[in-house]
Design a protein around this ligand. Structure first.
Ligand SMILES: Nc1ncnc2c1ncn2[C@@H]1O[C@H](COP(=O)(O)OP(=O)(O)OP(=O)(O)O)[C@@H](O)[C@H]1O
Length: 246
């Protein structure tokens, strides 16, 4: 079966004379959570922008379900939900209207919207805020709106950039339980984060980026045996990788 997300030989970035990513290749399969790990400036967000179709590869390709962004933009976009690090909300729409607009844009049926939104509002303890406007939300509540809108779509692929920033511990727990649930139902999740202890517990595989290159990838055990450190934690592996000691 095709990989859900396939990145192959991707060289890219913002300026053709100065690529940020160099020959990056990795996959995300159905039913797995992949952690995208790297220091500030390593190229995680740039990789994500390429996956979203916001940046054009200089070399190589990005495919979702076997298709590139330009083959059918509409289908490509409908295959994924993106949870950004910084929430982007419409000031003039309430929480409920954000959910309605998202459902409309992604063709979620009204019955599904009602059912899924009810569960999500409860899970994220946002029922009381259903008719609030973004100006009334705390930072974590804004993040929750983005998360709930992404989960509402139930696409095959989720791209998540630093989901834990701003969420309270219960919000983090709800988020993690939900992505595990989605994974068990066959979704693929690419999650960029600096919270390595959580990543180690929840991700099935890792891609460690450093200076725009993949320096190490695999499951914890695969990475441990690659570097000959059978007991290494993700923190230790990450530090070795980013010091160029691998
Ligand atoms: N809009 C932009 N225009 C030009 N260069 C950029 C732009 N955004 C990021 N860069 C550069 O691309 C490189 C990779 O940045 P990127 O944002 O992908 O890193 P990151 O791994 O997501 O970092 P962080 O953990 O800080 O979010 C950096 O050198 C950065 O300066």
């Amino acid at each position: 079966m095709k990989n859900l997300l396939e990145i192959e030989g991707l060289t890219g970035g913002y300026n053709p004379n100065r690529p940020v990513l160099h020959d990056v290749s990795f996959n995300v399969n159905r039913g797995e959570i992949v952690g995208l790990i790297g220091l500030n400036g390593a190229g995680k967000s740039t990789t994500i922008k390429h996956v979203l179709g916001l940046l054009e590869p200089m070399k190589g390709q990005v495919k979702i379900d076997g298709k590139g962004f330009h083959e059918n933009r509409e289908d490509y976009r409908k295959n994924l939900a993106f949870i950004p690090e910084t929430p982007m909300l419409y000031d003039e729409l309430t929480l409920w209207e954000h959910m309605q607009v998202t459902a409309m844009a992604y063709g979620v049926k009204e019955a599904d919207l009602d059912k899924r939104s009810g569960l999500l509002l409860k899970e994220f303890r946002m029922e009381k805020m259903r008719d609030w406007f973004p100006s009334q939300f705390s930072k974590g509540m804004r993040q929750k709106v983005m998360i709930m809108c992404a989960f509402l779509i139930e696409p095959p692929l989720y791209i998540v950039d630093e989901p834990f920033v701003g969420l309270d511990p219960i919000g983090i727990q709800s988020f993690l339980e939900m992505i595990v649930n989605l994974k068990e139902q066959g979704a693929g999740i690419l999650m960029s984060t600096h919270i390595l202890s959580t990543a180690e517990r929840y991700c099935d595989r890792f891609v460690i980026l450093h200076d725009g290159k993949v320096v190490l990838e695999g499951t914890m055990n695969e990475m441990r045996s690659r570097i000959n450190r059978p007991d290494a934690t993700l923190d230790e592996i990450y530090i070795l990788a980013t010091r160029g000691e691998i």
